[in-house]
Design a protein around this ligand. Structure first.
Ligand code: CA
Length: 702
């Protein structure tokens, strides 16, 4: 900062403080505010506690949406990928960017009010290895504070008016490979958080509620039982332990709750969506079978004590990574003449569930996409009728949905006026095979190892798409009839979450960089804008001084951008070239779309002097499993980290060691791997070059 600027800014600070102290969170956010469906702002992750992501605003509607234009935008040059839902309260927008940096901006023009940087890249040390660049899905607001998380497991309370840290608490065991990507949940003066990391080692899932004012722990609920010899924490653990066999605690069990928290004010109940098993393969985790509670479930808890009330398990004895961490949406439905307070839930396993909140009982469940692991859900028992062979009992099996699910965390929205739920849907087939896994001697991965394995205990691989088959889709689903009303096929499998409005509109950004408004009843495209970069975050809407805005973080991120593969690479998004932005549209907007470089698909470097050694490359493939979380499967990057096949650094033994072993690029998010030997590093280089040569042989022109 120049001396001149510093002087001016010192004078301005006084003015700014006066300006914003009157406006920042003049309304104190409480349970009533968070439950208010008539709100014209966006106070919580799912807009209100119903998690419907439906706004009653209708200034922008099906008749005039063709006039929607960019009103203002903000470049976010230090961001890498963006996945968050921004929140808007009293004219201020709060959002999280890369590296868990939180920003507060004026929601009418994007002027920065404050920024909070937890310096997570510098502080999280080696645990960055497991906390890849997916970023955070959002913050929470309560009273006069903003709650945010870091990928290395901290929950932090900030002053909403200044962005200054008020308290922080470490919510995970720092010796374990756990991370937080989800948004905190606030209710009744408490703030709740879970974590991710099931795949990175032996972990036992839980959620913890903290006092929103002080950060003091109020309660913790474990999702899977521990070792019975240690005694159970509560009656629920004792009950759950009866559904496990063998020595499950040695593997952790899993169940991590990384998304899907809903507070139901009408029933004063908290619902949490729970994760898959650790490891995925039940034959290893619980060799005598069993449902393995509370994996892959909706668990209803007392919000004051964390005490168990009821559960519904979507995938008993899960063995495919079919977690139930997806949105838990509250809706009032009229089913067979009766008013039902319902939960709507579309988890990975491909079924759409309608559950009665009064009893926790299943009302109906039908597949919302192709499902091959179960033929139906038996409504009498509430259990799936499994297809023989789907558990890869004796041989490899091809199953749909795959580990990414038929629906993942990108938000489903529910429009109470159309009565339809809108689901971003993934269409994929995956092969599961545990023939090569020694089930007796299998050990959970140790993330501190030079080359930790994936914590699945099953080999899995995505099948090629059938020519012309849908990869992804957006669909409108009627939860009462359990039937699809319309569907639009999309060119890419992974697409972000949705926003519904009273203007008969459904908004969705897409992986291919299109921001689209559909007619909510027909799926007809009414408006479309090319934003010049893939989108991973869901849009929101709000109104200030009579103007309705639609806001969207544009910044290719989340799973597909991180783990890459050809489908992601072909989109041509590159974090080093494309500018991440917050883009806000209105009917009064006058701006043309700011420029972006065109997409370009990575072209592997030709290196005829580097002769690939097959044995080295084979060893390198195993080690690369860890690298693939950011640099992409088969070293084909998705845009969140460099495509190593294009990198001249791979050709230099010293440069490679400097970055990978010595941490020369730590500040940019590349962890260091001090345990890797010269031979490990060499193997990695040979594997990366092998993949480059393979791509060049297939398409010498790139
Ligand atoms: Ca998982």
């Amino acid at each position: 900062m120049t001396r001149f600027y510093s002087h001016i800014s010192a004078i301005l600070t006084v003015t700014i403080t006066i300006l914003y102290s009157a406006s920042v969170l003049a309304q104190s956010i409480d349970d009533a505010a968070l439950a208010d469906e008539s709100s014209t702002e966006w106070l919580a992750h799912g807009r209100t506690q119903s998690e419907q992501r439906f706004s009653p605003l209708d200034q922008i509607n099906a008749a005039n949406v063709t006039n929607l234009k960019l009103d203002w935008f903000l470049d976010l040059p230090t961001a890498v990928g963006l996945a968050a839902t921004p929140l808007v309260s009293d004219g201020v927008m709060y959002f999280t960017g890369s590296h868990n940096v939180v920003s507060a901006v004026n929601a009418r023009n994007g002027k920065l009010i404050w920024q909070f940087d937890p310096k997570v890249g510098e502080n999280s040390g080696d645990r960055m290895k497991v906390a890849f660049l997916h970023g955070s899905r959002g913050v929470a607001l309560w009273n006069d504070k903003v709650y945010t998380v870091t990928r290395d497991g901290y929950l932090i309370a900030l002053s909403a008016s200044t962005g200054k840290e008020v308290w922080r608490v470490l919510t995970v065991d720092p010796t374990k490979a756990l991370y937080i990507s989800g948004a905190p949940k606030v209710f009744k003066g408490k703030v709740l958080i879970g974590n991710g990391g099931t795949e990175n080692g032996g972990t036992r899932g839980y959620v913890t509620a903290y006092d929103a004012e002080t950060g003091k722990q109020v309660w913790r609920f474990f999702i899977v039982p521990g070792n019975p010899a240690d005694g159970f924490e509560d009656k629920a653990q004792e009950m759950a332990a009866k559904t496990w066999t063998g020595q499950w605690w040695k593997y952790g069990g899993g169940g991590n709750a990384w998304h899907g928290f809903t507070y139901d004010e009408e029933f004063d109940t908290l619902y949490i969506g729970t994760g898959n098993g650790a490891p995925w393969n039940r034959k290893v985790r619980s060799p005598g079978g069993g449902d393995n509670l509370f994996l892959c479930s909706i668990v209803a808890l007392d919000p004051d004590t964390g005490e168990y009330r009821w559960h519904y398990q979507t995938t008993p004895g899960e063995t495919w990574d079919y977690n139930s961490n997806m949105d838990i949406v509250l809706a009032d439905l009229k089913i067979a003449g009766k008013n039902v307070k319902a939960i709507l839930h579309a988890p990975k396993n491909g079924f759409f569930y309608v559950i009665d909140r009064a009893t926790g009982k299943l009302i109906s469940a039908e597949p919302f996409t192709d499902v091959s692991w179960a033929s139906k859900i038996d409504l009498k028992t509430g259990r799936p009728v499994e297809v023989p062979g789907a558990r890869y009992e004796k041989e490899a099996v091809i199953v749909t949905p795959g580990p990414l699910g038929g629906h993942n965390w990108p938000s489903m929205s529910f429009n109470p006026e159309t009565g339809l739920a809108y689901i971003p849907t993934i269409h994929q087939y995956w092969k599961y095979d545990d023939d090569a896994v020694d089930k007796e001697s299998w050990q959970p991965p140790n993330w501190q190892d030079a080359a930790p394995i994936h914590g699945s205990a099953v080999d899995f691989e995505q099948m090629d798409y059938e020519p012309g088959a849908a990869r992804g889709s957006i669909q409108a689903w009627d939860p009462i009839t359990q039937k699809r009303v319309w569907q639009r096929e999309l060119p890419v499998s992974w697409n972000p979450g949705t926003l519904s409005t009273s203007g008969d509109l459904l908004f969705q950004g897409r992986a291919d960089g299109e921001f689209v408004a559909y007619h909510a009843l027909t799926g007809k495209t009414l408006w479309q804008s090319t934003v010049g970069l893939g989108i991973a975050a869901p849009p929101i809407t709000y109104s200030i001084k009579g103007r309705q805005y639609v806001a969207l973080l544009v910044g290719w991120g989340s799973v597909m951008a991180a783990v890459g593969g050809k489908e992601a690479s072909d989109l041509g998004w590159d974090y080093r070239k494309h500018i991440r932005r917050l883009m806000v549209f209105s009917l009064s907007g006058k701006l043309d779309m700011p420029s972006q470089p065109p997409p370009t698909v990575a072209v592997p470097l030709t290196a005829p002097f580097f002769e690939v050694d097959k044995d080295f490359a084979t060893t390198g493939e195993d080690i690369f499993g860890q690298c693939a979380w950011c640099h992409g499967g088969a070293a084909i990057a998705g845009g969140l980290a460099p495509d190593l096949r294009t990198s001249p650094m791979i050709l230099s033994e010293e440069a490679f060691a400097d970055v990978v072993r010595n941490g020369a690029k730590r500040a940019f998010g590349m962890p260091s791997y001090p345990a890797l030997s010269d031979s490990h590093l060499n193997s990695l280089r040979h594997y990366i070059r092998e993949q480059a040569d393979l791509a060049l042989a297939q398409d010498p022109g790139g």
